[in-house]
Design a protein around this ligand. Structure first.
Ligand SMILES: [Zn+2]
Ligand SMILES: [Zn+2]
Ligand SMILES: [Zn+2]
Length: 123
């Protein structure tokens, strides 16, 4: 397989490489956030509990962090990213990462709402 950033993280941490774990971590290299349900659909992981178990491990190892969200389901994104903000789609509720629109503000967390590109195309 070509060089994949998810591979290196898993190997360097000494974690066991499983198909599910690799597929889940690879998703987090996209500029968006994921909850367990979305991850299961994307990775075709057999059970939600497998997704939750892997998310637990990936968070414990510091690869992913929870993101502020208005949903009950925890959303995560890749850890250690430079400051940026988030916008939640009012339609499908997915949360994307966006460049900071308010650089003049000191430390802050912005939470915007909008319509994502996928939903904009649908209507
Ligand atoms: Zn949407
Ligand atoms: Zn983000
Ligand atoms: Zn910002």
């Amino acid at each position: 397989m070509a060089h994949c950033p998810a591979d290196s993280l898993i190997v360097e941490a000494g974690l066991r490489m499983t198909v599910d774990r690799h597929a889940i971590l690879a998703l987090f290299f996209q500029p968006r956030t994921w909850n367990a349900r979305e991850i299961r659909v994307q990775t075709k992981t057999r059970t939600l509990s497998t997704v939750y178990r892997n998310l637990d491990i990936l968070e414990k190892y510091g690869f992913i962090v929870p993101v502020l969200s208005l949903e009950e389901d925890i959303r995560y994104e890749r850890a250690l990213q430079p400051h940026h903000d988030h916008t939640q789609c009012e339609d499908c509720k997915s949360i994307s990462c966006i460049p900071c629109p308010a650089k003049e503000l000191d430390a802050h967390t912005l939470f915007l709402q909008s319509i994502c590109q996928l939903c904009a195309k649908k209507s």
